[in-house]
Ligand binder design. Sequence first.
Ligand SMILES: Nc1ncnc2c1ncn2[C@@H]1O[C@H](COP(=O)(O)OP(=O)(O)OP(=O)(O)O)[C@@H](O)[C@H]1O
Ligand SMILES: [Mg+2]
Length: 247
Amino acid sequence: MVTIALYNLKGGVGKTAASINLAYLSAKEGYKTLIWDLDPQGSSSFYLGVSASVKNEAKKILSNEIELEDAIQHSSYENLDIIPADLSSRHADILLSDMKQPKKKIASLLSGIKKQYDIVFLDCPPGISGLHDAVFQGADWILMPNIPTTLSIRSFETVMHYCKENDVDTGKIKCFFSMVDHRKNMHHEIINEFYKDKLFFKNYIPYLSDVEKMGVHEAPLEIFAAGSYAAQCYRDLWKEIRKSCIN
Ligand SMILES: Nc1ncnc2c1ncn2[C@@H]1O[C@H](COP(=O)(O)OP(=O)(O)OP(=O)(O)O)[C@@H](O)[C@H]1O
Ligand SMILES: [Mg+2]
């Protein structure tokens, strides 16, 4: 089982859009795929039309009141399951801070389902907190979408610095550019500069309204816009990720 965390300190950079589209592509290729929605916003859960079946489920998972396996739900798509989020995910940091080995919590929960899945995507909330420390430890890969703007790149550099200072293996960090706008010189300049860095995948996701329409259709791009440029971009990115992180 390979665990890929869609993560960024910064919010609204395309983590959830990538979680859904990449997980769908993974499932379509026959990999048994799970999305674990760790964000109290529950956006991945919304896109897949699934909600938690038990009250305060996220909190109960972390406090071992229910098994992780029992929180798994099937999506409408073959090979694609999800652990939905609810608002109780907001207590994750407090719960973890009371535990003995909080950084190992995500890894230990995932170890119980490792035989059932080939690929797990963790859709993380933005931020750097105790939950993220556990994600950094538990994930095989930390996949960061970055918008090529000054503040987004600053956030990327903050994360890199944090990881180095806190013994997170920076070898597991991979990045791709997200919401790229070709009309903006700054986007081109930042992309060209960061491509020198091997952390960044060559394929990127442009700013495209079809991605926003996922909210209207409540579905991955492949379902309602398979022939679109946006869907093609996620397919290309997925191929590059698979080659580098899965095979
Ligand atoms: N490539 C894109 N082009 C245009 N709009 C996009 C693109 N990617 C994401 N969006 C839109 O931007 C918004 C934020 O995207 P998304 O929810 O994927 O980001 P996020 O990083 O998961 O956000 P959060 O930090 O709140 O969890 C959504 O409305 C989404 O539809
Ligand atoms: Mg999100």
